[in-house]
Every structure is written in structure tokens, then in C-alpha cells.
Design a protein around this ligand. Structure first.
Ligand code: MF3
Ligand code: CO
Length: 251
């Protein structure tokens, strides 16, 4: 079942999204060689607590941390750790914020110091693919229009689209229907209606899109060990077009 949100509910989700966006802005200022993803995780947990919010990922199906921190060949769901970030790493920080009962979800990839041209290209194309997907998030389009826009652009830049993880509708629960794949044919899938709220969260890889999961049961990494990046926003479908509830530049 697809749950339609009222304007008031979307405003609440936007409040959660603004707090989440502020976390990302702070993290952008923290990222440098020597910083650990544990420090970032502790910052997020404290910042949310100070602002009356909670990290929805902590305890979700037993996930142990407030954030996911996925470095280099890790695609998603990496554990924050005490090992310092190194010059040349790329790291994706993903979190879901609950405020006043409503959720927002956003992941962002960060460069640590000076990164390779290959890594920069991966990050730029992945971020741009997210925004091309968002452009398709308009009333009357279908989920497949979002999927196709992302896949067509990613593959035109010689990157692969992860199949194993997809975007999703979100509201009072983290994962609602429908799913939002980042690959597939246009003009297929559920039609987008006013009041739907979805995440779009492409994970693009330099090599294969195949995934392997670590023994911790969470960390997903590329099967060939090559780099992966991810950008994710929470978006409301409105009469005025896509409304990005987790936009960082609005603040
Ligand atoms: N925020 C992610 C998503 O888009 C991942 C959540 S996994 C968790 O769905 F278990 F860690 F919460
Ligand atoms: Co998500």
C-alpha cells in the first residue's frame, strides 16, 4: 500500500530533513585525513539528541549505530569505526532522522583530502544522477522514469548501477512501498501522485554492480573491490514539482 502524506505531514518530514541536512553540513566540515567515522557517528547521535530527534537506524533490525559509514569499495551499511580516514579515501555517511514521529533519510559521499580523478568522476556522476532522478519525480510520471534517467546517465559515463539496494517510500516507517530502483525501463511501475514521499539513493560503481556482504552481516561492498559512491535525498511529490526535504543548500 502506498501511503499519501498531507501537507502538514510533509512539513514535519521537512523539519526532520532540515536537521539531517545540518548534520551533513557539519560532517562536511569534519571530514579530513585522521578523523574517524566513530567520531562522526558520535557527533550525529549527540547533535540529534540535543535537537530532540533520534537516529532511526540505531537498533533497526539490530543495526548498531546512528550512521552508516561506507569507505571506498564499501557500497552501504558500513559500520563506523576507530580507524582514521586516509588521504584519498571516499566515504559515504548515511542516516535516517526521526523528529516528532516523522522521518527523513539522506546519504552523502565525501572526499578525504586529495582524491583520484577516477574517484572524483564517480562522485560527480553519482551526485548528478541523483538530481536527474529527482527531475523525474513529478506527478503523472512513473517510478520507472526515475530509474531509467539514473541508469541511462550512469552507464553513459561508464559506471554501473547497484541493483541489490533500492530507494523507497518513507514516512513514519523507514521503508514503505513502493521501492524505487535506480535501473530499469521508463514508463513502468507505480504512477507518482501528489503527497507521495520517496527516497532516491543511487549507488554507482566503477566496476561491477555485484555486491558481497561481509561476515558482520551488514557491510555491503563491491564484488571486485573497486570504488562505490552514493547520494540520497528524501523527496516529496508536490503540485509544484519535486520538493527535496533533505536539501543542504537551503539552510
Ligand atoms: N538509510 C538507509 C536506507 O536508505 C539504510 C538503512 S539500513 C539500517 O534505507 F539498517 F542501517 F538502518
Ligand atoms: Co534510504
Amino acid at each position: 500500500m502506498i501511503i499519501i502524506k498531507t501537507g502538514e505531514e510533509i512539513t514535519k518530514m521537512q523539519k526532520a530533513g532540515e536537521l539531517l541536512a545540518e548534520c551533513h553540513r557539519q560532517i562536511a566540515g569534519m571530514i579530513k585525513p585522521g578523523v574517524t567515522t566513530s567520531e562522526i557517528d558520535r557527533f550525529v547521535e549527540k547533535f540529534l539528541e540535543e535537537n530532540g530527534a533520534t537516529p532511526e537506524q540505531k537498533g533497526y533490525h539490530g543495526y548498531p549505530y546512528a550512521t552508516c559509514a561506507s569507505i571506498n569499495d564499501e557500497i552501504c551499511h558500513g559500520f563506523p569505526r576507530d580507524e582514521p580516514l586516509k588521504n584519498g579515501d571516499i566515504v559515504t555517511i548515511d542516516m535516517v532522522v526521526r523528529l516528532d514521529g516523522w522521518l527523513a533519510d539522506s546519504a552523502w559521499s565525501y572526499a578525504v583530502g586529495d582524491i583520484s580523478d577516477e574517484a572524483r568522476h564517480l562522485m560527480e556522476v553519482t551526485r548528478k544522477s541523483l538530481y536527474l532522478g529527482i527531475e523525474q519525480a513529478v506527478i503523472g510520471n512513473r517510478i520507472g522514469d526515475i530509474s531509467h534517467a539514473i541508469q541511462a546517465y550512469a552507464e553513459s559515463e561508464n559506471l554501473s548501477v547497484v541493483r541489490h539496494f533500492v530507494g523507497h517510500a518513507i514516512g513514519q516507517e523507514m521503508h514503505e512501498e513502493p521501492q524505487v530502483p535506480h535501473y530499469g525501463p521508463p514508463h513502468r511501475g507505480p504512477r507518482l501522485k501528489e503527497g507521495m514521499v520517496i527516497t532516491i539513493e543511487p549507488m554507482l560503481n566503477i566496476g561491477t554492480y555485484n555486491v558481497k556482504i561481509d561476515e558482520d552481516g551488514w557491510t555491503a561492498r563491491t564484488a571486485d573491490g573497486k570504488l562505490s559512491a552514493q547520494y540520497e535525498h528524501t523527496i516529496a511529490i508536490t503540485k509544484d514539482g519535486p520538493l527535496i526535504l533533505t536539501e543542504q543548500s537551503r539552510l
